[in-house]
Write a protein that binds this ligand. Structure first.
Ligand code: ING
Length: 309
């Protein structure tokens, strides 16, 4: 169909970057920050706001915590929980949808690194539980700070692409963005907009030589994923120096061309906005990356993971 006859599908999307959340910052003060960011995004015309991973608390996997009650104090037993309800209320009153990362504790005691996606009318589109859980399981005192996500979170076991915001949209979380499979699984499902919150310490203890490349790797993986799958990618940080740990900011909105169209300039609370023309995805999905025509899954299947040998 000629492009000019196709219904326009432009979603004005905001990335709501957070600066540090310190250990003693209570959730109500954080929710006030989230609401201020959402109001600012709405004032700029946004109808979808993407918040970071674990957006309600400090990034607690940086500590080795043994007391189960203290660990559970960082988790939400419901979403919205009472303290977060005002965010849901304001968003619905403004007709703004949002993605919010938080630590989820289920009624039967399971713990996940979760993101909820809420439509403009306040309805819940879905939940995503982080699939690629990085870091380590046991206390490693040699590290200047821990990265104990594998101690505190169980992995999720599926990626989902939903029909929402006038297109096909999906969620991923932090380390997920480093794995090409994340983008390709969503790409094969036709995803046009992938939203990714992250908390990324700049210092990478297993190989500090990578520290200087933190920003480069961040944009590299998201730009590649966007281009190779013809999708918009919105990466949103909780950044700055949080409890003494310097975390990458550089939130960005990336077009299906792979171009960065908006990028945060600070390491604090900051809103970035872009008009995401979902029809632009077809320029790539229907040409270069026409999976049905050009991909060779029958060939790829023969390639096994060398580490599995
Ligand atoms: N954080 C990091 C991420 O993948 C990490 C883990 C830190 C990887 C530093 C590499 C370097 O961005 C989370 N939360 O996954």
């Amino acid at each position: 169909m000629p492009a000019d006859l196709e219904a326009q599908r432009i979603v004005k999307v905001a990335g709501a970057q957070l600066g540090p959340i310190q250990r003693n910052d209570d959730r109500s003060s954080v929710v006030e920050r989230l609401i201020a960011l959402l109001r600012s995004a709405h004032a700029q015309g946004a109808e979808l706001v993407v918040f970071p991973e674990l957006a309600l608390t400090t990034f607690f996997p940086r500590w080795f915590i043994e007391d189960p009650e203290e660990i559970d104090s960082f988790f939400e037993r419901s979403m919205p929980s009472p303290v977060v309800q005002p965010l849901f209320d304001v968003a619905k009153s403004l007709g703004v949808g949002f993605a919010l990362g938080y630590a989820e504790m289920t009624a039967d005691g399971h713990h996940y690194n979760t993101t909820i996606l809420v439509e403009r009318d306040g309805s819940v589109v879905g939940h995503y539980r982080k699939v690629h859980v990085p870091g380590h399981e046991e206390h490693e005192p040699w590290r200047p700070f821990q990265h104990l996500e594998r101690r505190y979170f169980e992995p999720g076991d599926k990626f989902e692409t939903w029909d929402a915001f006038d297109g096909l949209v999906g969620l991923a979380t932090c380390n997920d963005r480093r794995w090409p499979e994340t983008y390709r699984v969503h790409g094969l499902a036709g995803c046009e907009l992938l939203m990714i919150g992250y908390n990324t310490p700049i210092h990478y203890a297993p190989d500090p030589s990578q520290n200087r490349l933190a920003g480069f790797h961040n944009s590299l993986v998201m730009q590649a994923g966007a281009y190779q799958n013809g999708m918009w990618v919105v990466g949103v940080a909780k950044g700055g120096v949080e409890e003494g740990v310097d975390s990458l900011a550089e939130s960005c909105i990336i077009a299906p061309s792979g171009e960065i169209v908006a990028q945060a300039l600070t390491t604090n609370d900051e809103v970035i906005v872009a008009d995401c023309d979902l029809n632009l995805c077809a320029n790539y999905k229907n040409t270069l990356f026409n999976f049905a025509r050009y991909r060779r899954p029958e060939v790829y299947g023969a390639i096994t993971d060398s580490s599995a040998r």
